[in-house]
Structures are given as structure tokens and as C-alpha cells.
Design a protein around this ligand. Sequence first.
Ligand code: 3IO
Length: 334
Amino acid sequence: SLFFCVLAAVALFSGITPVTVQAKKVSLNYANFPPAPTFPCVQMERWKTEIEKRTDGAVQINTFPGGTLLGAKDMMDGVINGQADIGCICMAYQPGRFTVTNATSLPLDIPDAKTGSLVLLDLYNKYQPKAFDKVKVLTMFVTAPANIMSKAPVAELADLKGLDLRASGGAAQILKSWGANQVGMPMSDTPEALQKGVIKGLFSSLEVMKDLKFAEICKYITITDTVIYPFAVIMNKSAWGKLPDDVKQVMDGMIEEQASWTGEYMDQHVSDSIAWSKKAHQVEVIKLSPEKKAEWNAPLAPITENWIKNAEEKGLPGGQIVKDIKELIVKRTA
Ligand code: 3IO
């Protein structure tokens, strides 16, 4: 019985219950910048549910939507520093930081969010960009192609001249090429800027017409289907390192599945949002004729060439990256 006494003492001091030796529950904080109804937060809740289920409750994910733990521009460094274990970043908000993956936001005609999400992940896997060295990537995904949402109708390039429209990153470059007055800010700041009249519209994927109620203010949509916004979900490296191997396996097993799920959700939700905007808010959808589309595409040609030149100056294989994206689009739509 002295033996059992010693055993119990050892167990007590090491924090193990002598009766059942149970694995400690891991609790992780997941930060997101936009409001809860938007797609980055919808995919976050889906991931949380699946992870908790697939790890049999060994992992608990605490979600923080709406910038309550980290804001849009603090997200990457906040996760690196451990202010949150997991975070969702929009790469367009720091275009110089994510050069390789932001090549997906060149005007290369990614057709939809599902294809784009898988292309982005393929590109990340091939190049393993340095920008992500300090984090563990849990998934990546993209928006559906961006379109114009505006208070006044935009049917001609002339209607865009000097118009205050909000966009970021690759999409911002495109607005500039069309002659708009491009205003840069994260999506999370956009509802207030629209409300106050600081901007007259925005250039992004159309599901926000419903999720952020932009249809109440922006009565016109112009379909350009030009460019996507790339996102990543990243985890603090030391928090990742502390996870048990079986949990790591569950998370690794969800990287591509989550990209695909989010892309599909986004594509479906854009259709729902357009239908809702027309029905509930009499929003008018303006489509460009093939001739107009060609006219709108013409000024975009130098964007990709300039990006390649800049990337190559930074020592990156710019031409090859663009070629890879084009090939991956074909492969992922086949
Ligand atoms: C986006 C960002 C946060 C919430 C919903 C969203 N839909 C599209 C985006 C893309 C984006 O980051 C942006 O700034 O347009």
C-alpha cells in the first residue's frame, strides 16, 4: 500500500487523476475580422463544428467574429504573436506581403470561387511562399469574381470616371485602370463608409449585397466578373506544435475539403444574394455586351505584365507563376 500511496502522490503532483488518465482538452481561439453573417465567418463556424466532431470533443474552438479579437490589418501579425491561435486573413489588405498568392487576384479569369479556392491552394502548395513561414496554413479560399455594386448605375467606362468606389489589392488595381477613384479599406469598414457617403459603391463579390445589406444602399450591380480576393486561415506555429498528432491529422485532412466547401458555399450564396437583392430591394443588374466587355478588358492588359516584372525584380518566377495559375484553372475546371 506504500506503493499505491507513492503512485497517487506522483499522479497528484503531475496533475494526472489516478482513476482515469484522460487526454487534456485543447482550447483554441479563432479570430475573424468581418461580421458573423459573412462568408469568412460562416466557413469558420463550419470548420469549428467539423473539427470538434472529428476530434471527438478533444478540441474546442472559440470563435471571435467581427474583429472582437483581431482586426483585418492586425490579423497576420496577431496570429504570429499568439494574440489568437487561429486567424482568417484577406491577402488583398497587405498586397506587398503576399506576392505569390496574390497573383491569383490578377485579371486571369478565375471562373468561380470553388475553382479559384483549389487553384489558390495548389499554387500555395507548389511555391510554399516565405510569407507563410511563420504560421501553419489550415486552409485557403477565394471569393466569387468581383462585380460593381453602386448607388448610381454604371453601364459605361465613362460612368466610372472619378467615381469613389472601394476595393483592395488586385481588385483595386483594376478599378484604377478603369479610371475610378479607388478607395482602399477592408470590407469590415465598408458598411460605415457607404452609409456616410465616403464611397459611392464597392467592387467585390456579390454575396455582401445580402450579408451586409448593401442592397439597401446600392441599387445597381454591374457584372464584370473580373477578379477574386484570396483568403487564408492561419495558425500560430507554437500552438500548432503543441497539438497531439491525431488532432494535427484531422486538421491536415480538412485543408482541401474546407477550401472546396467554402468555394461552393460562396458560389451558391452569390446566386441567392442576387435573387434576394432583386426581389427584396429592386436592385437592377447591368450586364456588359461582349463588345463592351472587350472594351473594359483592354486597359487591364498591362496589369499582369507589370506584376510579372515586379515579381521578377523581387527574385520570384513571375512568368511561371502566372502560367501555373492559368494551367491550374484549366486543370481544376476539367
Ligand atoms: C469579403 C471580406 C469580408 C467579408 C465578406 C467578403 N466578401 C468579399 C470579401 C472580399 C474582401 O475582402 C473585400 O475586401 O472585398
